[in-house]
Design a binder for this molecule. Structure first.
Ligand SMILES: [Zn+2]
Length: 198
C-alpha cells in the first residue's frame, strides 16, 4: 500500500507549518497520524525537498533517531501556532516550550553567508536530527517575521497554513479539498434554511 506521505498535500506554505500538517486533520479531532516510524519521517523529508537528492540519501542512511521526539517537537509547534490562529497572540507557556527546543538546536546552528545575505543556518555535518534543526529555524523565522497575522487554521480540517493571498482572506488549506467541502456544506445549510421557511 502506498504511504500517504508520498502524495501528501503541502499546503502550509512554510516549512514548519507543513511539518505540523503531518496528521490527516486537526479538526474536529486529530486525524490519522502520518509520522508513525522514523522511515515515515525520512519519507516526509524527501517529500518536502528539504535536501537535494544525494544529500537526502546520505542523511537517510544515518542511524535512526526517536520518532516520538519528532512528534513531540511537532506538537510544540502546533500548540504555539494554533493558539495564535485562535487568539491572535502568543501564549507565554507555549513560547517557553519552543525556547527549550531552540536551546537544544542553537548549538548546531551558525551564521552563514548566503545569496540573500547573512542568515542563521545549520551546520553541514550529517546528523539524523538535522531536519528538525531546519524546521526549528523555519519556525523562528516565521515568529520573528512580519507575517504572523497570516498564519491561519483551515476552517475545514484545522491544518495550519500561511495565507499569502493578496487580501488575506484565505480560509482553507486547499481550495480543491477543503474549500469545496465547506462550500458544499454551506449550500446544504442554505437549502435547508430555505426549506424551513417555506
Ligand atoms: Zn483543510
Amino acid at each position: 500500500m502506498e504511504n500517504p506521505l508520498e502524495t501528501l498535500s503541502l499546503d502550509g506554505g512554510w516549512l514548519c507549518l507543513d511539518f505540523v500538517n503531518t496528521v490527516s486533520a486537526r479538526r474536529p479531532e486529530q486525524g490519522t497520524e502520518y509520522l508513525n516510524t522514523w522511515s515515515d519521517f525520512q519519507l516526509w523529508v524527501r517529500r518536502v525537498g528539504l535536501f537535494a537528492e544525494p544529500e537526502w540519501f546520505t542523511w537517510q542512511a544515518l542511524p535512526e533517531s526517536n520518532i516520538e521526539e519528532v512528534r513531540a517537537f511537532r506538537e510544540v509547534l502546533y500548540e504555539l501556532f494554533e493558539h495564535v490562529t485562535r487568539t491572535g497572540a502568543l501564549d507565554p507557556g507555549h513560547l517557553d516550550n519552543f525556547n527549550s527546543l531552540l536551546h537544544e538546536v542553537y548549538p548546531h546552528t551558525q551564521l552563514c553567508l548566503t545569496e540573500n545575505g547573512l542568515q542563521r543556518g545549520v551546520s553541514d555535518a550529517p546528523h539524523p536530527e538535522r531536519p528538525l534543526w531546519l524546521i526549528a529555524l523555519s519556525a523562528e523565522a516565521l515568529l520573528l517575521g512580519d507575517r504572523m497575522n497570516r498564519v491561519k487554521a483551515c476552517d475545514n480540517c484545522g491544518w495550519l497554513f500561511l495565507d499569502t493571498s493578496k487580501n488575506g482572506t484565505r480560509r482553507w488549506c486547499n481550495m480543491q479539498t477543503c474549500g469545496s467541502q465547506i462550500k458544499a456544506r454551506a449550500y446544504y445549510h442554505r437549502k435547508k434554511d430555505e426549506n424551513v421557511k417555506m
